[in-house]
Design a protein around this ligand. Sequence first.
Ligand code: HBI
Ligand code: FE
Length: 296
Amino acid sequence: MTATTLKNRYHAALRAADFTIDQAWETYPADEHDRWDRLFRRQKQVTSGRACSAALQAMEALELSPSGIPHMGRLSDKLEKITGWRVVPVAGLVPDEIFFDHLANRRFPAGAFIRPEAEFDYLQEPDIFHDIFGHVPLLANPVFADFMEAYGKGGQRAMQLDQLHNLARLYWYTVEFGLIREEDGLHIYGAGILSSPQETVFALEDDSPNRIAFDVRRLMRTKYIIDDFQQTYFVVDSFEALLDACYQDFGSVYADVKGLADYEAHELAPGDPVLHRGTHAYFDAGGRRNGLAGVS
Ligand code: HBI
Ligand code: FE
């Protein structure tokens, strides 16, 4: 199903009030199932040894495989038995308040479209491969599943406090681009990295980006990049530590960072617990704009 077809189905008459749609799994053409298989095989190979253990274990538990586009209902039946989460089909990005309500109720909204061949290596909007290969496995980890529900509830509160920009940074530097320290070194848990062949390698092995220990106040002051690799990655010691750091009344966190200057994405601040001081070589050379990354 092309994104355009899906966009038409996004039309109010064809979607529910919570922006969910019918996945209509039987309508995916063979070439889209084949594209899923090629994306899956490539990324499975790149992430082995680089994805965090929880994500790798969950892929097995959820039986994610290169056997065509997953049926979200059947996938949800497996996931729900583990952590109570379900994956619900949407046509694309949904409004923040809808998104947070889904997360707060253990529903992950996943794009039902797959990227066109021309965007095989990189697309900005989350398609079914980014959402299911990148985000869904960690929803099978009980602690991360709790974190995502707490994030949803935090988002609902942030909207009331007009603090969405802070929470968007938290989401970006953890759920999308987070790294975790395991016994044998740094590994990936952020979905935006897990679903990107090039950033999977760049985030862990390139000298260019900074890598600093996770600190929620520092992170909320840090700008992020939406159309290229990150210049700084935040590293948690465990999902328990991430949940603990966020299982607090963010009101005091918002108050602490209010009025303080933002940090640029590449900046290091005095007192940062630096794990790797980046060279910024990739960005100084122009990054994706110079075709250096090419794919992500
Ligand atoms: N909608 N479908 C979908 N997927 C997302 O990841 C998503 C969204 N809406 C809003 C959003 N993400 C971000 O603004 C979060 O930071 C809230
Ligand atoms: Fe995402």
